[in-house]
Design a protein around this ligand. Structure first.
Ligand code: NAD
Ligand code: MG
Length: 300
């Protein structure tokens, strides 16, 4: 783990965080960050805010763990009030995020529930607007990934659930949120290296992640008419509960991240800064863009 005394000190990024091999550690989906070995670094000890989101009102999906938790911690320390969405079974992970956000001195509420359901998505936006007194950041990080070797073994139920969770939720939540959002607001979506370089065993997931890139670019063209920016982050391999809970075959976890040029998975703390940048007014000229954070695997 990086020195918490000065996380800005120069160091070799290849050895900055844990490297393979890792223990096999199967969990049921959605996994819990608290059960992972080594414990993911979401910036709990290291993220330093500068008030760049002071007074902002953010709804974050998938906020209990992994990339969403890292974004939530960073946003709180940058001064944003938060509404956190996640699944009911993830309450224990979520409460750790609530405690961290409260310690940062911002207002935080939780609105757990299943975003693969349209009526829940509409309710989530209404609840977020009520909790926050408005909404100017919609950060969609939640996602479903289940590795299956053959198309013959992907059920229609899985295909449908992956699309509902990863793509339809984007449509439902963005559609419900935009009428509430003032000029200067930002939407941030989460794609993947899988959008561009799909693994054979992630057929349904990779297809949704490609869709998210196109969705982002198309919606950006519309939303700027309201003064709202829409961007996307495309992670490579990150050390999160998504992967040992079926996102990868269990026997792929020991070498997870080894194949990228950095030779290790990213830690959620290493991707939070781009979610911050895309939310702040510092990125005022950036919209319809996708930012790869891949450990060196090239994106187009
Ligand atoms: P994670 O498991 O920590 O986070 C994913 C979250 O999605 C879960 O915590 C859960 O709260 C939420 N979620 C899943 N299904 C849901 C549903 N039906 N309703 C509401 N919430 C639901 O894993 P993560 O890696 O931090 O994933 C965050 C995002 O990053 C996902 O979109 C994922 O596809 C993307 N991503 C991850 C990696 C990686 O290697 N970890 C790589 C590329 C992209
Ligand atoms: Mg989780």
């Amino acid at each position: 783990m990086p020195s918490t005394e000065n996380q800005f000190a120069i160091q070799d990024p290849r050895t900055q965080y844990p490297q393979p091999p890792f223990p096999e550690q199967p969990q049921d989906a959605p996994g819990l960050a608290s059960k992972m070995d080594p414990t993911p670094d979401h910036g709990e000890e290291s993220y330093v805010g500068f008030g760049r989101l002071k007074g902002r009102k953010a709804l974050i999906t998938g906020a209990d763990s992994g990339i969403g938790r890292a974004a939530a911690i960073a946003y709180a320390r940058e001064g944003a009030d938060l509404v956190l969405n996640y699944l009911d079974s993830e309450e224990s992970d979520a409460q750790e995020v609530v405690a961290l956000a409260e310690a940062a001195g911002v207002k935080v509420t939780t609105r757990p529930g299943d975003i693969s359901d349209e009526s829940f998505c509409n309710q989530l936006i209404a609840d977020a607007v009520e909790d926050l007194g408005g909404l100017d950041l919609l950060v969609q990080v939640a996602g479903k990934q289940k590795a299956v070797e053959s198309i013959a073994d992907i059920t229609t139920a899985q295909f449908d659930k992956t699309f509902k969770t990863n793509v339809y939720s984007l449509f439902w939540l963005s559609k419900a949120a935009l009428p509430h959002m003032p000029p200067g607001s930002a939407l941030i979506n989460t794609a993947s290296i899988q959008s561009y370089a799909p693994n054979a065993n992630l057929l349904d997931y990779a297809t949704t992640k490609a869709a998210i890139v196109a969705f982002t670019k198309s919606l950006a063209g519309q939303a700027i008419e309201q003064g709202i920016r829409v961007n996307c982050v495309a992670p490579g391999p990150f050390w999160t509960a998504l992967q040992p809970s079926g996102g990868q075959p269990d026997d792929a976890i020991p070498t997870f991240g080894e194949a990228v040029p950095l030779g290790r998975p990213g830690q959620p703390a290493e991707i939070a800064p781009i979610y911050v940048l895309l939310a702040t007014q510092e990125s005022s000229y950036i919209t319809g863009e996708t930012f790869g954070v891949t450990g060196g695997d090239p994106t187009p």
